[in-house]
Design a protein around this ligand. Sequence first.
Ligand code: NDP
Length: 282
Amino acid sequence: MGSAPTKTYCIIGDPVHHSLSPGMQNAAFNALGLNSTYIAFRVSAGELKASIQSLRAINIAGFNVTIPHKVAVMKYLDELDATAKKAGAVNTVNNIEGVLKGYNTDIHGFIEPLRRRKIDLSGMTVLLLGAGGAARAVIVALSEQEGVAKVVIANRDQKKAAELAKAGEALGLKCESMPFDLVMTASAEADMIVNATSIGLGNEPSPVDSDHIKKGTIVYDIVYRPVVTDLIEQAKFAQANVVYGYEMLLEQGAKAFEIWTGLEAPRDAMKKNLLGIFGEPT
Ligand code: NDP
């Protein structure tokens, strides 16, 4: 009797060479002794349709989708679950006996670290920096929480901020938009600050400094590389309550793993892989 065939999973995106998902998901498969493997494929925008056809042909078990395909991939899938429909974007696809079904696990990934800390968002004013794909997942996640008082969306491109505010309102969230260069005034009033821009990825200085963060404010930087961004440094200096981007990355990946395998994700092994020998930041 032969062993079960290897199941193959992957991530598609461009660029994708920096992705931490292969390491994290392979660590999960190894921890549970699963005969599965996960690899990264660079797929440019023009190659998306052909790539999905190829993934179908090889009977891929499941895959993740990253920039720039999270919206475009939807038209090549057979089914979308409620999270994908609500977010208007897909980051996880499961192959269910030939049917490709799309999910959005960024919504769960964002909220889970707050839930684990037992943070109650009711009555809070949230300052959301950014109005791109990740910011949209944040808005959907916040709309599912009880009693968030208001979300103020600050973005360079004002039109995108206004559109996201409108989408948030449609989900029942009270939203406003504001110019990005005025964030310091809004940050001093916020109970939670979420950075969903790519500022920090290139070690850029934080758009908000410690003088404009109240003690005890929740500061959540979804940028995960570096683990400790300048915003996180400023937040610590202000004695804020910090949530790291790697936590969202871990939780969205754990949820994807659970969708694919039906097993509880080995979060410790995945976290260890993400953080490496240096472990949790202090
Ligand atoms: P998008 O390209 O869709 O959006 C980028 C956002 O960043 C836009 O709002 C853009 O503003 C803003 N921005 C970029 N550069 C600047 C700048 N110099 N000054 C002000 N605003 C700027 O990307 P995503 O939404 O997909 O991703 C955003 C970040 O979130 C990335 O760093 C990504 O790594 C991270 N992320 C983390 C996840 C996690 O699991 N932790 C999951 C998904 C994303 P404008 O519209 O004006 O151009």
